[in-house]
Design a protein around this ligand. Structure first.
Ligand code: PEP
Ligand code: MN
Length: 334
């Protein structure tokens, strides 16, 4: 349920309304927009009579939210949300490019890549320390040491770091991590979503599961938000379909759809979506053109020898070219 407050409503009356809601075990979330102030109600609203609320002096109207996601819903928060990632703004006009290797492999590798992606204009550094691999025999990531090396790369370049959390037992290693990635394979690990949402307000980069619907993606965001962390960035990385020509099937129209349904920022991952380094440039540029709030791109200094996802990793030179093209598109559309 959302309550639309009358223009010019008295602050004390709004406070009284909030107290009244709290007394009914409803948590009010106030969203002050440039045109309108609304109060999103979280809790069991079934026992609330909208007519009673509507009768109040300060209230313009009351709207029930039909969708099962509430906090992630644009009706709950009409204006775009900007997520602050250690000083880097994503959403509400903030466009950010997260770049780096699929996995951290060595100090030389991660610091070198961090320097080159920063020089090309990336605003955050990615790198997996804990890797969800299909095969138990494949490289599983460097773990704690990988996070230490990411921190080092952050110290060297100033780039905030983004890395995946697979298991909540590792959370203490994430103190210096700026954005916590929840990977496609864990998008519906509800316990992980609840734990991370309750533990931290750090931004969560939530990747769409490979067979998840848009509603399921938004419900997973809802898990994090309902647990106490409103800072969720949605990431579309393609889904699995009957098509096998590409690693995944990417529908860029999802950016427009998600922006309509939700106020949360949407980031596109052209690397996992296509699986081919030679395709990343054009898809990244198209994602910027359609209005994505950012990109996450895999970049490796030596793709043929990468321990993970070499075929889809751009070289630093390719990435620099893509960045220049993205900037041109964004300027043209500004
Ligand atoms: C990754 O970002 O390296 C990754 C494993 O992505 P996804 O969870 O989207 O497959
Ligand atoms: Mn990868």
């Amino acid at each position: 349920m959302v309550i639309i407050v009358k223009k010019g409503a008295d602050e004390t009356q709004v406070e009284n309304l909030k107290s009244m809601l709290r007394a009914k075990n409803i948590e009010p979330h106030v969203s002050k927009g440039s045109l309108q102030t609304i109060i999103g109600c979280v809790g069991d609203v079934a026992h609330i009579d909208p007519a009673l609320i509507e009768a109040l002096d300060v209230v313009e109207s009351v709207q029930r939210i039909q969708e099962p996601y509430k906090e992630a819903n644009r009706k709950f928060h009409p204006e775009d949300t900007a997520i602050d990632c250690a000083g880097v703004k994503v959403g509400a006009g903030g466009f950010s490019v997260i770049a780096g290797p699929c996995s951290v492999e060595s100090e030389e590798q991660i610091v070198g890549i961090a320097r080159s992606v920063k020089a090309a204009g990336a605003t955050m550094l990615r790198g997996g320390a804990f890797k969800p691999r299909t095969s138990p025999y494949a490289f599983q990531g460097m773990g704690a040491e990988g996070i230490r090396l990411l921190s080092l790369a952050k110290k060297e370049t100033g780039l905030p770091i983004v890395t995946e959390l697979m298991d909540f037992k590792d959370i203490d290693l994430f103190n210096d991590v700026d954005v916590i990635q929840i990977g496609a394979r864990n998008m519906q690990n509800f316990n992980l979503l609840k734990e991370v949402g309750a533990y931290t307000k750090k931004p969560i980069l939530l990747k769409r599961g490979m067979s998840a619907t848009i509603q399921e993606l938004l419900m997973s965001a809802e898990y994090v938000m309902a647990s106490g962390n409103p800072n969720v960035i949605l990431c579309e990385r393609g889904i699995r379909t009957f098509e096998t020509a590409l690693r995944n099937t990417l529908d860029l129209g999802v950016v427009t759809l998600l922006h309509r349904l939700s106020h949360l920022p949407v980031v596109i991952d052209p690397s996992h979506a296509t699986g081919h380094a030679w395709m990343v440039d054009s898809v990244a540029v198209a994602a910027a053109a359609i209005g994505a709030d950012g990109l996450i791109i895999e970049v490796h200094n030596d793709p043929p020898h990468a321990k993970c996802d070499g075929a889809q990793s751009q070289t630093p030179e390719m990435f620099a070219r893509t960045m220049a093209r993205i900037n041109k598109v964004r300027e043209a559309l500004a």
